[in-house]
Write a protein that binds this ligand. Structure first.
Ligand code: M6R
Length: 610
């Protein structure tokens, strides 16, 4: 949520900042702003409501110049999206601040500062930081000291960057709860909420830790921990391609990322199943010992990642014979839960920065989980750094807000985890070989599924005038139905719900009529006959169905049902295979509805606030 970029350089930085914001736009896109210090030590700030492109156009017409600057793309929490609420916020024409996170005690700080004569222009929580730094600077020798005093008074989460127009040599950054990464250049240094923003200017990065405050100047970076002691944070070269933020030939990132899934999964498998054997080190040092002792798995995640965890529960209990619970992070973190003996906590997160998931991991450590593992797509992210073990999904940068390849590669990681744990819990060699072979067959199978795109595009026409949809599945396809419903509502704004098909008669059947399309996920498996009974229940009530099924399931299209032929695949990987047609359906429905597919309203990619 909210993207931050900052630079201290010997060249003009406005273009670097705007390019950085474009690369961070997935984090928030309701308004954007930039401020640089010019040669006369004046702040030049430009802000625009709407996307970064609006800001870029404004800067083209009225450029700003200077080598020290900060910029921000916003996802509104406090105060509506507007130019006045856009960052940077400025105090007394000197202190400029950008911020990601939520200052929970902003009301009391605001009253306190108003009492001191500060005038507030915006409804944001951020503006209190701006005036507080200005106030603290009156009794501090340096901007660094003023920021250190300021952050001690903040409750909540922040990744924040502060500059003072009277000091062109430094910017001060502080992190607590919202990620910040320092980028090292030659005679210039940078800060951002994600390395993606800085790839055009550097490959060398270090992550700030919780509580760190840093002073960034052209030739030097000084980092101080939460006690104000100088610390080193290891700088590493990032192995990410410069163009990973490029849409290529595709109309949207989401479509590109949907089509990248066979390759993403190939990458995810590469070197991990050597000669049919799983390389346990893929989960990190000590994985073997941890998996050997595991008696229970607790999975925690949000959104799409939660759905992949739901599938994993079926796999872990059925294939590995290990008990498993799954819970949404925002619920888990606020209730007292029982910790079964020898429990492994598994978090799942594309970004590795989701505030609730991170808080749940920290809580789990306090309440006695034996060890933790994260399934994640972003190396160096907070969840990866704070977990004992990590499986990196290698999906590559996912820019579309709607998660696609991150989800299917998470499932691959979870299936490998099932295999790894199963090996220590009596999983037969035959079953292990079956899982391995199924995984290896996935990329080619997904290529076959993607060939369904044009028939799914035709089908999407039926949804042009629809406002509601119901998704049905059974067993490990129930979470896939949930994921299909989430995808549809997220990008087409059609209200969609998913039900375990057996639940139909306990309520949702009342909704069935010709205006409520019912999407059924129906591979031939042990539950197909049960699912067919549910299909008949819908048919008998005049429902119109779209059934995604393989030939063996034996459905045929008629007046009440359109059947989409999905290639036959092994049961184990069917949840992954059936995800793709549902992603394509959502995508094409969104195109017909004319929504902003990659940046749907009110959402952001990385949810770093709770
Ligand atoms: O980065 P995470 O996987 O932790 O994010 C969790 C959810 O915010 C995310 O999956 C969200 O539901 C997606 N927009 C779904 O497409």
């Amino acid at each position: 949520m909210c993207g931050i970029v900052g630079a201290v350089a010997q060249r003009d930085v406005a273009d670097i900042l705007v390019e950085g914001l474009k690369r961070l736009e997935y984090r928030g896109y309701d308004s954007a702003g930039v401020a640089v210090i010019n040669n006369n030590n004046e702040l030049q700030a430009t802000k625009r409501l709407g996307k970064v492109q609006e800001l870029a156009q404004a800067l083209e017409q009225q450029p700003v110049t200077g080598g020290t600057g900060i910029a921000h793309t916003r996802w509104a929490t406090h105060g509506i999206p507007s130019e006045v609420n856009a960052h940077p916020h400025v105090s007394n024409n000197t202190i400029a601040v950008v911020h990601n996170g939520i200052i929970e005690n902003h009301q009391s700080l605001r009253s306190q500062l108003q009492g001191l004569g500060y005038e507030f222009l915006s409804q944001t929580d951020t503006e209190v930081i701006t005036h507080l730094v200005h106030h603290e600077l009156k009794t501090s020798d340096t901007l660094l000291a003023a920021v250190q005093k300021t952050v001690k008074q903040l409750e909540g989460a922040y990744g924040t960057v502060v500059m003072d127009s009277r000091d062109q040599d430094n910017i001060i950054v502080a992190r607590s709860g919202s990620p910040l990464v320092i980028g090292y250049g030659l005679g210039e240094n940078f800060i951002a909420s994600d390395i993606m923003a800085l790839l055009p200017v550097t490959r060398k990065f270090s992550y700030l830790e919780e509580g760190d405050v840093a002073q960034i100047s052209r030739f030097n970076v000084s980092i101080f921990d939460t006690h104000g002691e100088p610390v080193e944070r290891e700088a590493k070269e990032a192995n990410v391609s410069h163009d990973s933020g490029d849409k290529g030939e595709y109309r949207h990132y989401m479509l590109k990322e949907t089509y990248e899934q066979p390759t993403a999964i190939r990458n995810s498998l590469e070197g991990r199943l050597v000669g049919g054997m799983l390389d346990i080190n893929t989960f990190g040092e000590g994985a073997d010992e941890i998996f050997k002792n595991v008696e229970h798995v607790q999975i925690i995640a949000c959104g799409t990642s939660y759905h992949s965890g739901m599938v994993a529960r079926y796999w872990l209990e059925e294939l590995a014979g290990v008990s498993c619970n799954i819970e949404i992070a925002s619920e888990f973190r606020y209730r007292k839960s029982f910790v079964p003996k020898n429990s492994l906590l598994v978090t799942i997160s594309q970004s590795g920065e989701t505030a609730d998931t991170l808080a749940a991991l920290r809580l789990a450590k306090e309440i006695g989980y034996q060890s933790s593992l994260v399934i994640c797509n972003v190396p160096g992210s907070s969840l990866v750094r704070e977990s004992d073990l990590a499986f990196m999904t290698r999906a590559g940068a996912e820019i579309g807000v709607a998660s696609t390849k991150a989800f299917t590669t998470q499932l691959v990681g979870l299936l490998m985890m099932t295999l790894a744990i199963g090996q220590h819990h009596g999983m037969s060699d035959k079953k292990q070989a079956e899982i391995t072979q199924s995984l290896m067959s996935l990329p080619a199978k997904l290529d076959e599924v993607l060939a369904l795109a044009s028939s799914i595009e035709d089908l999407a026409e039926d949804f042009a005038d629809k406002h509601h949809a119901l998704f049905l599945g059974r067993g490990d396809q129930y979470p896939i139905a949930m994921e299909g419903a989430l995808k549809l509502k997220e990008i087409s704004y059609i209200h969609a719900e998913a039900y375990a098909a057996g639940e139909l008669k306990h309520g949702p059947l009342a909704l069935i009529d010709a205006e409520m399309p019912v999407i059924v996920v129906a591979p031939k498996n042990d539950l197909i006959e049960k699912l067919k009974s549910n299909v008949e229940e819908v048919r008998a009530r005049g429902g119109l169905m779209y059934v995604f099924a393989d030939n063996d399931a034996n459905f045929s299209s008629d007046d009440t049902m359109k059947v989409i032929d999905v290639p036959v695949c092994d049961d184990i990987i069917a949840p992954i295979v059936y995800t793709l047609p549902l992603q394509l359906l959502s995508y094409y429905v969104a195109i017909i509805k004319g929504t902003d597919v990659d940046q749907p309203r009110n959402l952001a990619k990385s949810v770093t606030v709770e």
